[in-house]
Design a binder for this molecule. Structure first.
Ligand code: FES
Length: 272
């Protein structure tokens, strides 16, 4: 059967070369649940992190510093003895110092292969789900500005390694008490340990990491160490989506825990 003429420039399922099917799509399940859930989860995080990033308060309670505010690169940081306090940015015009540092984890997650899928589906409906056509007339993928910038992901991965290193340092410092004496632990230490484990697992499960570790090799047999590392990263990589969500929740949780302590709403139970 001949195809009806498609509108000029129509692509994807509306392209002339595709079968003519009257129905919008043939899925009968609740396909919209996944993109709707994704959009709701991401939106909740965006609202929470925006509030906390601009709050410029309640981000430190000895010995814990919120992961949203570490390392502190501005002079108007609260005096902290937890994370590095490099003060290279002057008073930062009174703006929240979190904004200086959050650019890196934000850029890492925004350009992440998984999150791209998540927000392309959840927010842009491009496409909303498998086998459900997108409402947009044209599809250019990530070949043009601004989406071509997604290619910088590898560089954000390098930055994320540094950020994970700094959060590891903060976690080590959480093995102190309020007087900065070593060998102590509180509930916050466990919260930080859980968060840093998930942050590292998410960071190392990155697709760029997998390529850096095991890509562009002709013979794995000649690179046994890289082959082994690639095997480990690949295992984590298979759980990238799960780790993306788990670390997103844990980083918000670690920040919220510090907020509760710093605002006086809760007292850190100490184990020893
Ligand atoms: Fe998701 Fe790199 S692909 S963090």
């Amino acid at each position: 059967e001949p195809h009806p003429p498609s509108s000029a420039g129509a692509q994807g399922v509306r392209d002339r070369s595709r079968a003519t099917i009257a129905a919008g799509h043939l899925r009968t399940d609740r396909w919209w649940l996944a993109p709707a859930g994704t959009a709701a989860g991401l939106l909740a995080f965006v609202v929470y992190s925006t509030w906390r990033a601009f709050a410029n308060a309640d981000y430190y309670h000895a010995p814990y510093v919120s992961p949203f505010y570490s390392p502190c690169l501005a002079q108007n940081c609260k005096p902290m003895h937890a994370g590095p306090n490099w003060e290279i940015f002057g008073p930062w015009w009174g703006l929240s110092p979190a904004l200086l540092i959050l650019i890196f984890p934000l850029g890492f997650r925004l350009t992440c292969y998984y999150y791209r899928k998540a927000y392309y589906r959840g927010f842009w409906a491009s496409p909303p789900a498998c086998a459900v056509p997108e409402p947009h007339k044209k599809y250019t993928g990530e070949t043009r500005f601004p989406l071509i910038l997604q290619n910088v992901h590898r560089y954000f991965f390098y930055a994320a390694l540094v950020v994970a290193g700094i959060l590891t340092y903060d976690t080590v410092l959480s093995f102190r008490n309020e007087k900065y004496e070593w060998g102590h632990m509180g509930l916050g230490t466990l919260v930080f340990l859980l968060n840093i484990t998930l942050i590292w697992a998410y960071t190392l499960s990155c697709h760029s990491c997998r390529h850096i570790v095991g890509g562009r090799l002709k013979h794995f047999s000649k690179h046994p160490v890289r082959y082994r590392l690639w095997g480990w990263v690949s295992k984590l990589n298979g759980r990238h989506m799960l780790l993306a969500w788990a670390s997103l929740v844990s980083v918000a949780l670690a920040d919220f825990y510090v907020y509760l302590l710093a605002s006086g709403a809760f007292d850190d139970p100490r184990f020893f």
